[in-house]
Design a protein around this ligand. Structure first.
Ligand code: TXA
Ligand code: MG
Length: 328
């Protein structure tokens, strides 16, 4: 089956909604990364997400909604959560809240009592959710453990060999932010960031007036967000961080000026996350450049140091996982 990315228009939107209603999967762009979408209330369709992605069944899935009113169909908001959603949505922020019992397929929750909800800030995603008139369950549209897709072509690359229940890839060009949403757990008195993402903690604190701490997990504790540990977001080649010199056959993922770098003449390929050292630009390019460099089949992708300020924390988090020892 060939499944070329489909330009977005009224007719493709109608088709996408029909596929979702029939229990199939539709990939669609959001402002962060492309999602692999299914009807959140349909057991078979949600199971197909796990199967098509090769995702472990203990890793719960985000439900995408148009706004807080729609989110209330699936999640229970207290006053604080309502205030956070009203202050920051639509945007790259996922809220973990108590689930409204029986509102979605239990497979989405992976055995838990909480649900992840998010209202994406993307016209096409919004149009799809509103036309479907219901929550769309969607993890990032990559095979489990691989790099998240920021272009429709990446989704095709991920599922060309194994498309499972995927029937359509809606093409919205490059995603605007390029890095996943921040996952904020609102189920206890202290707000916890479970996954660093496009919105950084200082911004969330400034806008909402609530302090949020990073969830500190040690290897022995149960993971609150199973997508958090081990190798993830990984290209097929090795990744080496904080590189200040280059070895023969390596590819360079640069950040800022790199001409001075020792061994630069050995680079088999180079991409610069941001020539001017802009972290938002680096987030935008990160996944695409990792894919491009990986295609050069280097011995390793060497990554220059990236500051931990703002979205730099999330960038470093992803690179750390990309460089982690592979478990599969
Ligand atoms: O930007 C994004 O968040 C993208 C786009 C498509 O919306 N989606 C995405 O989904 O990154 P995924 O499945 O690749 O990552 C979702 C993360 C995982 O780490 C998962 O464990 C966590 O959210 N998660 C989902 N439901 C949860 C829950 N009920 N409790 C704790 N963590 C949850
Ligand atoms: Mg993912």
């Amino acid at each position: 089956m060939t499944m070329l990315p489909t330009p977005f228009n009224e007719s493709s939107l109608k088709h996408a909604v029909r596929w979702l209603r029939d229990g199939y999967l539709v990939a669609f762009p959001t402002e962060t990364v492309y999602g692999l979408g299914a009807d959140a209330t349909n057991d078979e369709a949600v199971r197909a997400i796990y199967h098509t992605k090769g995702r472990p069944s203990n890793n719960p899935i985000i439900v995408h909604v148009a706004d807080r009113v729609m989110a209330e169909r699936y999640a229970i908001f207290d006053e604080r959560a309502a205030h956070i959603a009203d202050s920051l949505w639509c945007d790259a922020l996922t809220l973990i809240l108590p689930v409204r019992a029986g509102s979605v397929s239990p497979h989405i929750l992976a055995g838990g009592k909480t649900i992840a909800v998010r209202a994406p800030k993307h016209d096409l995603a919004q149009a799809l959710i509103r036309a479907f008139d219901g929550g769309i369950a969607a993890p990032s549209a990559n095979r489990s453990g691989n790099i998240s897709p920021t272009l429709a072509a990446h989704v095709l690359e991920e599922f060309a060999q194994h498309h499972g229940a995927l029937r359509m890839i809606l093409d919205g060009g490059h995603t605007h932010r390029g890095l996943e949403s921040t996952v904020l757990d609102c189920t206890s008195e202290q707000l916890h960031i479970l996954r660093a993402g496009s919105l950084d903690a200082a911004y969330i604190e400034a806008v909402t007036g609530h302090s949020c701490s990073f969830f500190a997990h040690d290897a022995s504790s149960l993971l609150p967000s199973p997508g958090l540990l081990t190798s993830h977001y990984a290209p097929s080649c090795a990744v080496r961080l904080h590189a200040t010199t280059l070895k023969h056959g390596e590819a360079l993922l640069a950040f800022g000026a790199y001409d001075h770098m020792m061994g630069i003449e050995h680079a088999c390929a180079v991409r610069n996350l941001s020539e001017t050292g802009d972290l938002d630009e680096a987030a935008f390019h990160l996944y695409e450049w990792l894919r491009v460099l990986d295609h050069h089949r280097p011995s390793c992708i060497a990554v220059m140091p990236i500051p931990y300020d703002g979205v730099g924390k999330a960038i470093n988090d992803r690179l750390q996982r990309a460089s982690a020892p592979r478990t599969v």
